[in-house]
Ligand binder design. Structure first.
Ligand SMILES: Cc1cc2nc3c(=O)[nH]c(=O)nc-3n(C[C@H](O)[C@H](O)[C@H](O)COP(=O)(O)OP(=O)(O)OC[C@H]3O[C@@H](n4cnc5c(N)ncnc54)[C@H](O)[C@@H]3O)c2cc1C
Length: 469
């Protein structure tokens, strides 16, 4: 079989790129190892509950999720976190609520009076002159104080990136904040200036769909019809005249003018070994420690807490909780639990506690039940309890990550017609994956149209512009 573009992997990244390229009239073939589409995005219905085993909410700061919903005809199915979910909880000993508004942290009792004063001092601090890649923990401690970093940034690092602040790269994850420090001398001033100018700070909403996040890859696959093949594991890729030869574990060979690898980084690393040693090494250097999610459904009367928020995140450290955090799924979006019931999802693992994510499933359920009992007053047997263990969870953007992505971004220079996309490049969130897939599709389209290499290459500054926006 001969195609213009072979895409390896049918997660949100691969399917989005395929959809964009099909719209441009290219003949595309998506090759997916599993029988199921969507990669990390797994939404399961059981006993009236809708369980998200992977992503549960998409940030709409970038426009692609909304744009795709409209293009695929699923915008009526979008569900919005909405303004009613006004609280987030932090676990520091017990649960402490923080209201979601600009002064929420200043008015909560999470920080000591000294810690709150230290926050207010941020605009007075000198900007950093050193250009080296700083860790997330170092940046936030330096600008906003150690207490803020420990009680807010660390819980977020665990919850959003499955990482620890001391081992995450500020430059890779928060380039826009570094830019504010550089340009305005202060993050606080930078945010206020941008809010006032109403630029670079679009409204941040969290959305999903009635049938869960997996509704997006399902709609993308429908739009692609027969261009998606499941149970098609790509074993090797070799260069040949006019493109690439893709060998499948079963069912033969595909010939393609261009190839887009839209897999996890370790798979991309394996497939690149014979084609580009530098890119393979860069991919293999990106770790993704294991993660586990525990979904528990209860009758409403079994849980004492009002569940009046998005969920909680835990401050790590001595005497800390085992879970990095939990979501109050039935509060976040409608239809996540049957009438008279509530749904909770707990998260464990990542860089903070990789070994916990490998515990037997029954132990993980027991862990979640115990913690929900202590913190939320959940009692008795849950109505449903499911565990999903991810051998490789989220890619870790460690200091120096930018050097790896530079090597990877330049791959099409060294191997014309070979492209990469995925959550280890532009950011681990679904919205970053969609943005990356759009860029990859644009580069492939330009390549197939015979445009010069400069038009094809995804540059670092382009990525940073989008993150800043
Ligand atoms: C537990 C969890 C919770 C998360 N929560 C959120 C959240 O709430 N919000 C958010 O924005 N993000 C969240 N994320 C992150 C987000 O879900 C992922 O980063 C994103 O879905 C990755 O999509 P992808 O298409 O790049 O990769 P993947 O989803 O990993 O897809 C890669 C695909 O490639 C296939 N493949 C692999 N090898 C081969 C091969 N040899 N041949 C053919 N196919 C192959 C795989 O089977 C897979 O389907 C979460 C992730 C996890 C694990």
């Amino acid at each position: 079989m001969n195609v213009d573009v072979a895409i390896v992997g049918a997660g949100v990244s691969g399917l989005t790129a395929a959809h964009r390229l099909s719209l441009r009239g290219h003949e595309v073939m998506v090759l997916e190892r599993q029988a199921r589409l969507g990669g990390n995005a797994i939404s399961e219905r059981a006993d009236g509950f809708l369980m998200e085993h992977g992503p549960s909410a998409i940030n709409t700061t970038l426009p692609h999720a909304a744009e795709l919903s409209a293009a695929l005809g699923i915008e009526d199915e979008v569900v919005d976190l909405g303004d009613a979910v006004r609280r987030r909880y932090i676990v520091d000993g017990g649960l402490r609520g923080i209201a979601v508004h600009p002064f929420g942290i200043l008015t909560s009792r999470l920080l000591t009076p000294l810690g709150r004063l230290r926050l207010l001092a941020e605009p007075l601090l000198p900007r950093r002159r050193d250009e080296g890649d700083e860790t997330v923990a170092a940046f936030w401690s330096r600008r906003f104080g150690r207490e803020f970093e420990r009680k807010l940034v660390e819980p977020l690092a665990g919850g959003m990136f499955a990482g620890v602040g001391n081992d995450l790269s500020m430059r890779a994850l928060f380039p826009a904040l570094l830019q504010m420090e550089r340009e305005d001398g202060s993050v606080t001033v930078g945010i206020i200036k941008r809010r006032m100018a109403n630029r670079q700070m679009p409204a941040r909403r969290l959305i999903s769909w009635r049938d869960g996040v997996a509704a997006l890859p399902a709609a993308l696959a429908r739009s692609l019809g027969g261009a998606v093949r499941t149970g098609a594991t790509v074993r090797t890729i070799t260069a040949e005249a006019g493109g690439y030869r893709i060998e499948l574990a079963r069912d033969g060979v595909v010939h393609a003018r261009t190839v887009l690898l839209a897999t996890q980084s370790h798979v991309a690393g394996m497939l690149l070994e014979e084609l580009d040693g530098a890119a393979a090494e860069a991919c293999h250097g990106i770790e993704a420690p294991p993660l586990a999610t525990m979904f528990l459904g209860y009758r409403r009367g079994q849980v004492a807490h009002p569940l009046d928020g998005l969920g909680y995140l835990a401050v790590p450290g001595q005497g800390a909780r085992m879970l990095t955090g939990a979501q109050f799924c039935s509060t976040m979006f409608p239809g996540r639990a049957p009438k008279g019931h509530v749904a909770l999802a707990g998260y464990v693992g990542g860089d903070r506690s990789p070994d916990l994510a490998r515990l037997p499933a029954d132990d993980l359920i027991a862990l979640a039940r115990e913690e929900f009992g202590d913190l939320l007053g959940a009692s008795g047997q849950p109505v449903v309890a499911r565990v999903r263990q991810w051998d490789r969870g989220l890619p870790q953007f460690r200091p120096g990550h930018g050097q790896r992505t530079t090597v990877l971004g330049e791959l099409p220079n060294r191997r014309p017609g070979l492209f990469l996309t995925g959550n280890y490049l532009g950011g681990p969130s679904v919205s970053a994956c969609l943005a990356g897939a759009y860029r990859a599709a644009k580069s492939i389209d330009a390549y197939l149209a015979g445009l010069p290499a400069e038009a094809v290459l995804e540059t670092r500054s382009q990525r940073e512009d989008e993150k800043g926006g």
